[in-house]
Design a protein around this ligand. Structure first.
Ligand SMILES: NC(=O)c1ccc[n+]([C@@H]2O[C@H](COP(=O)([O-])OP(=O)(O)OC[C@H]3O[C@@H](n4cnc5c(N)ncnc54)[C@H](O)[C@@H]3O)[C@@H](O)[C@H]2O)c1
Length: 254
């Protein structure tokens, strides 16, 4: 029996087969779920990646900055599944000027883009899916520990701090419908989003050394497992939580 048998899960943020979203979609299918994907921009690329899943999943267009896309999302998802038991938010973006050591000079326009795509969209996606969400359902988002100021992460770090707060407010408001809302704070992984961070190497070099359990920057598996566990029925009383999947780095000083 799979952990997600019979569940219908919407997974956003699949761009390449290195995407965290891809690993979550793959494991969710392996655990018995029916998966629908959303993609942004190069949809033909996302469709090609979707074919690499154990079962090819439909791909719907979603730009979280486009209100039409959000307003029509539930109806479009409803053409493939008759309800949703889970939604995965695996979306992040900040313009180059917002990362890499330019913190004091980033314009509001660039900060606003980072916050809309990486923070506000967590709420937008959850609300867009509400008409289809079943009681006992789960929303899961991808975080990078925002409790400290990191080298080079800059406004993306501020966006993640907002995401962590958004997670708590969503948990407050969706709890009434028995919908759980949780984040997985992953350690650094070599994805497209990571490659676009100027100076990402700083994390690459230090993380595996600092982590009590060690850390493999090429393995999205542990992060996907935590997402699937949170989507399952095995965390029925957990919401507004942040689960760290980082080899233990968040717990270590120095
Ligand atoms: N890679 C890491 O080191 C790491 C660590 C912790 C958390 N995360 C988070 O994981 C999530 C997924 O990132 P990833 O590392 O898998 O990289 P990725 O580049 O594979 O995924 C990022 C996704 O965001 C999507 N996106 C960007 N702008 C969008 C928009 N306007 N509308 C809809 N989608 C949009 C991209 O199309 C892409 O699919 C992000 O929230 C990221 O911050 C990543």
């Amino acid at each position: 029996m799979g952990l997600l048998d019979g569940k219908r899960i919407l997974v956003s943020g699949v761009l390449t087969d290195a995407s965290i979203g891809f690993a979550v979609a793959k494991l969710a299918q392996e655990e018995g779920a029916t998966v629908v994907l959303t993609g942004f921009g190069r949809l033909s690329l996302v469709e090609r990646i979707a074919k690499r899943l154990p079962e090819q999943a439909p791909v719907l267009e979603l730009d979280v900055q486009n209100t039409d896309h959000l307003d029509t999302l539930a109806a479009r998802v409803g053409e493939h599944v008759d309800g949703l038991d889970g939604v995965v938010h695996s979306i992040g973006f900040a313009p180059q000027s917002a990362m890499g050591g330019n913190f004091l000079n980033t314009s509001w326009e660039d900060v606003a883009t980072a916050l809309q795509v990486s923070t506000y969209s967590y709420k937008s996606l959850a609300v867009a899916c509400l008409p289809l969400m079943k009681e006992g359902g789960a929303v899961v988002g991808l975080d990078f520990d925002a409790s400290k100021a990191w080298p080079v992460y800059d406004w993306m770090g501020v966006a993640k701090a907002g995401l962590e707060s958004c997670n708590r407010y969503l948990a407050r408001d969706l709890g009434k419908q028995n919908i759980r809302v949780n984040l997985v704070a992953a350690g650094p992984l070599r994805t497209m989003a990571a490659k676009s961070i100027p100076g990402f190497r700083e994390f690459e070099d230090s993380w595996p050394e600092k982590a009590p359990l060690g850390w493999d920057l090429g393995d999205t598996g542990p992060t996907a497992r935590a997402c699937v566990a949170l989507l399952s029925d095995w965390f029925p009383a957990t919401t507004g939580e942040i689960v760290h999947v980082d080899g233990g780095v968040h717990a270590i000083g120095g």
